[in-house]
Write a protein that binds this ligand. Structure first.
Ligand SMILES: [Zn+2]
Length: 270
């Protein structure tokens, strides 16, 4: 089954035509996980899941927003308790060294302080996920020069004993990918696979064991070819599936079935 394991129909980009976009998801006969990036968008993801069959929600405070609001774990626990069948994961959470300067502008004193705050909030999400037996949706991004984000994510996950979840929009190297999979994590691939010229992602897609692979759009961002430059939407995850199928040398139907079953199992989708 076609499943977009990570997107943001809960974001403002869809405020004018959300019902049409959701209509196209139904037409495509797919399931969709909407991912929160702060408390308000987490709540919105739950609302969408309540109102629409085949839409599900993940709750979290994105690492680039840890200076916009505090991560109050009770608020998130409350939402989980009241929406057991809608909430299927915790995140997105993780480490982002690309946007560190933004946090300095928001009042952080130093890069070290931002990093330790991100880690503290990340660890809070990991505990919340483990306490509720939910998988994690992990965001990682290296800085232009600082390439330590994925290594730090690995250390934190391993130290906390986390074993279940996805490193979404995977952007680390092959060596790091192997360590995440060894730990038990899935890797998520976006539309970047349709236009990446570095060869790194292709190498990772070729290598990844079938049972650890997910596909996603991260819509409204990262629109795949042939729609690159336009707003992304969940039904375009098919183009990610097509590219992954080409790289792995199998049929697109096979990739849709494998990644769909992986998402159903990881997130216990009903
Ligand atoms: Zn996202």
């Amino acid at each position: 089954m076609l499943i977009d394991s990570h997107c943001h129909l809960n974001f403002k980009a869809y405020k004018d035509d959300l019902s049409e976009v959701i209509g196209r998801c139904h037409q495509a006969n797919m399931k969709v996980i909407n991912v929160g990036a702060a408390l308000d968008t987490s709540k919105k993801a739950v609302e969408l899941a309540r109102d629409n069959k085949d839409l599900y929600a993940s709750l979290g405070l994105h690492p680039i927003h840890v200076y916009d609001e505090e991560f109050v774990v009770e608020d998130y626990q409350d939402i989980i308790d009241n929406n057991k069948s809608e909430v299927v994961a915790i995140g997105e959470t993780g480490i982002d060294y690309f946007h560190l300067w933004q946090c300095l502008e928001k009042g952080a004193d130093s890069i070290e302080e931002v990093k330790s705050k991100q880690e503290k909030v990340f660890r809070g999400h990991i505990k919340l996920a483990m306490d509720n037996d939910l998988p994690l949706i992990v965001h990682g991004r290296n800085g232009k020069e600082d390439k330590t984000a994925y290594g730090d994510i690995y250390k934190i996950l391993k130290d906390a004993g986390a074993k279940r979840g996805v490193i979404h929009c995977y952007g680390g190297n092959l060596e790091e990918a192997k360590k995440f999979v060894e730990l038990g994590f899935h890797l998520g691939f976006t539309g970047i696979v349709t236009f990446d010229k570095t060869g790194v992602l292709e190498e990772i897609v070729k290598w990844i064991p079938n049972d650890k692979m997910l596909i996603e759009t991260d819509a409204p961002y990262l629109t795949p070819e042939p729609y690159r430059g336009k707003r992304n939407e969940p039904s375009y995850v098919r183009y990610v599936a097509e590219k992954v199928a080409t790289i792995k040398g199998v049929s697109v139907e096979e990739i849709i079935e494998i990644t769909g079953n992986n998402a159903i199992n990881l997130f216990s989708l009903k």
